[in-house]
Write a protein that binds this ligand. Structure first.
Ligand SMILES: Cc1cc2nc3c(=O)[nH]c(=O)nc-3n(C[C@H](O)[C@H](O)[C@H](O)COP(=O)(O)OP(=O)(O)OC[C@H]3O[C@@H](n4cnc5c(N)ncnc54)[C@H](O)[C@@H]3O)c2cc1C
Length: 321
């Protein structure tokens, strides 16, 4: 999402106290304070957020967003934290974690709340005998995060199966939009430019053969196991987007990085994965600074060798965004 609103002011003590009080008044509970963001991210990196709150109902989500917007208090919505690099300095504002979970539906479309995990979604469709979502196997995160970045693999992305999404805006507005309005592209959606928080989605599926779906999923997971860092490795997925050639073909960033000599490079505990050069991993105590320095060095190497400027897929959230 856009780091909304990007007020440049750093909350001082008085503002923090006032925000905490207004929050308690409107939501009947207080946000957590000084929460380490390293625990909210698959990278395991990030200092403390001034405030942190998990929303579990639509009402809570709406009230929290409108409150932060009305108070002009910086906020940022996260899902599973699988595509994010948090700042060593944390975040000077409110991190809202979306825990709005639920799936209802029939044979050809499902209404899925945006905090639902992709793996839970896949499991539920499988046990209901539905197919069409197998490509999501092994991609960590929530439906909201997936829509934001049009997550996908092996030639399919969530935008391909999305019929509509209901968006929430900090001014309290809601809008249901279709696939076209969401402007999906490769790891891209209109949400990145125009904002809007995904509340729920209608996803398309079809009745299928469970055994065939399971075989497809096993195959995908095996491919991923062979190519990606071992499960549980602290990282945020592919660090850079695949690049686009002059003829419009995608060139794997991992291959460019490998040829440019990325293998084995490290800054502090941030290192290029041995198996897949497009994964930056946190070996133990990496800081965001280490990751950013390493990423800069990698971009430079690829640019020097191929004249191609790699673009980050992982989103870096600055403490004062
Ligand atoms: C091991 C590993 C493997 C991965 N493999 C893949 C892969 O194969 N393909 C792929 O595409 N990605 C992959 N990823 C990246 C990641 O899984 C996806 O980007 C995923 O969609 C992130 O979802 P999330 O809920 O964790 O989002 P977060 O990381 O929490 O957030 C990502 C962005 O989405 C925004 N956002 C989150 N929720 C909402 C919402 N409800 N409305 C609007 N904006 C929102 C956030 O503000 C943030 O800007 C991988 C990551 C890891 C760690």
């Amino acid at each position: 999402m856009l780091p909304y609103p990007s007020f440049s002011i750093i909350p001082d003590m008085d503002r923090k106290i006032q925000f905490r009080e207004t929050f308690l008044e409107k939501l009947g509970t207080s946000p957590s304070e000084n929460v380490p963001l390293s625990a909210m991210s698959s990278f395991g990196i990030g200092g403390p957020a001034d405030f942190f709150f998990e929303v579990r109902t639509e009402g809570e989500f709406e009230t929290t967003l409108s409150l932060a917007a009305a108070e002009k208090y910086p906020f940022y919505v996260i899902g599973g934290g699988n595509n994010l690099l948090f700042d060593d300095a944390g975040y000077r504002g409110l991190i809202i974690r979306n825990r709005l979970e639920g799936i209802v539906g029939g044979e050809d479309r499902l209404r899925v709340l945006s905090g639902t995990g992709l793996s839970a979604l896949l499991n539920q469709t499988l046990s209901a005998g539905l197919s069409g979502l197998e490509f999501l196997a092994g991609i960590p995160g929530t439906v909201g995060g997936a829509v934001y970045g049009n997550a996908g693999a092996y030639g399919r992305s969530i935008g391909d199966i999305l019929e509509t999404a209901t968006l929430l805006f900090p001014d309290g507005g809601r809008k249901t939009v279709n696939r076209e309005a969401l402007g999906f592209g490769y790891r891209d959606s209109a949400l990145k430019k125009r904002g809007g928080i995904v509340l729920d989605t209608i996803l398309l599926c079809s009745p299928g053969d469970t055994q065939a779906s399971e075989a497809k999923i096993r195959d995908i997971l095996e491919k991923r196991r062979l190519k990606h860092p071992p499960l549980g490795t602290a990282c945020a997925g592919s660090y850079f987007k695949n690049s686009c050639s002059a003829t419009g073909e995608r060139i794997a960033a991992g291959r460019l990085l490998e040829q440019a000599g990325a293998r084995g490079l490290a800054v502090g505990d941030a290192a290029v994965d041995e198996r897949h050069c497009n994964f930056i991993i946190n070996k133990r105590n990496a800081r965001s600074r280490d990751v950013l320095l390493l990423a800069g060095e990698l971009k430079e190497k690829v640019f020097r060798m191929f004249g191609i400027r790699l673009e980050e897929e992982v989103i870096y959230l600055r403490a004062d965004a």
